[in-house]
Design a protein around this ligand. Structure first.
Ligand code: PTJ
Length: 247
């Protein structure tokens, strides 16, 4: 589609286009379009910007991932359509491998996403299907025994609530990116970044660089006093404030 850059909704239209191309390429599920629409609506309500509490969650999330012994980034069809290069760069910066873990299971789509990430230069990719997340129905729980299964901290952009809960039950620290502050994922994760993946991931990568010289105790200090429920409540307040100011 020929999108004029001058269009006031250019960025938003561009993201729709990326997800639609993801569907055409067979990496994003058709239902991914609906999930994108929901995210887009929340982004609109938030004013399509990174609110201060989301930035604080990005700082805390990056600190948690840097402190982890075995951090893993879980990706799905929407995350890859919107932010493949930034996710790869974040994984490289963190020394975290990437695992494709899709909700609407299709082996063909999973393999396409893996190939797509490889073509774009992904470093460590966990591609095995030899372990299971307990408590999840058959295909949805299949993971790599060296990847998500073994991870102590998992970054889950746009995750389904059931899987987020299952990862928590396994004792993992979960950092989620989810524009819906009311979603089960948002309420279950340890750190929820209520921001668009296209803004959150590049910012997290910059933070990794910024924190490179920090020691463990400095990173641990960043986690102190973080309250995820307060961050979610703040996102709702920001929505209300933004809406009343928009009228
Ligand atoms: O590729 P698959 O099969 O793994 O499927 C991926 C989707 C996203 C379709 C699947 O996981 C799904 O249905 O997810 P949900 O339950 O709709 O949750 C997705 C969450 O991500 C929702 O709360 C959306 O508001 C949020 N979201 C959507 N787009 C964005 C977003 N959050 C951040 N950035 C976005 N661009």
């Amino acid at each position: 589609m020929d999108l004029p850059e001058s269009h006031p909704r250019y960025q938003s239209l561009l993201l729709r286009e990326r997800v639609a191309i993801g569907v055409e390429m067979g990496i994003t599920s058709l239902i991914g379009l609906i999930a994108h629409g929901r995210g887009e609506a929340f982004d609109y309500l938030l004013g399509e910007r990174t609110i201060p509490s989301a930035h604080r969650a990005e700082v805390v999330g990056v600190a948690a991932l840097l402190l982890a012994d075995h951090p893993v980034i879980s990706v799905n069809g929407n995350a890859v359509a919107l932010a493949a290069d930034d996710l790869i760069a974040l994984g490289d910066a963190l020394g975290a491998g990437i695992e494709v873990n899709i909700f609407y299971h299709s082996e063909e789509r999973r393999e396409r996403i893996i190939r797509y990430l490889e073509e774009r230069g992904a470093g460590e990719l966990y591609v095995g299907s030899d372990a299971r997340i307990p408590g999840l129905a058959h295909n949805r729980g299949v993971v790599d025994s060296h990847g998500i299964y073994a991870a102590d901290t998992v970054l889950v952009p746009l995750e389904d609530g059931d899987r987020c809960s299952a990862l928590k039950r396994m004792g993992k620290t979960v950092v989620a990116i989810d524009l819906n502050p009311l979603s089960r994922t948002a309420r279950t994760a340890d750190v929820t970044i209520v921001d668009n993946i296209v803004r959150a991931v590049p910012e997290m990568r910059s933070l990794v660089e910024e924190f490179a010289s920090k020691g463990r105790s400095e990173l641990e200090e960043m986690l102190e006093d973080y309250d995820n429920r307060r961050a979610l409540a703040d996102a709702l307040d920001e929505i209300t404030r933004h809406l009343s100011e928009s009228l």
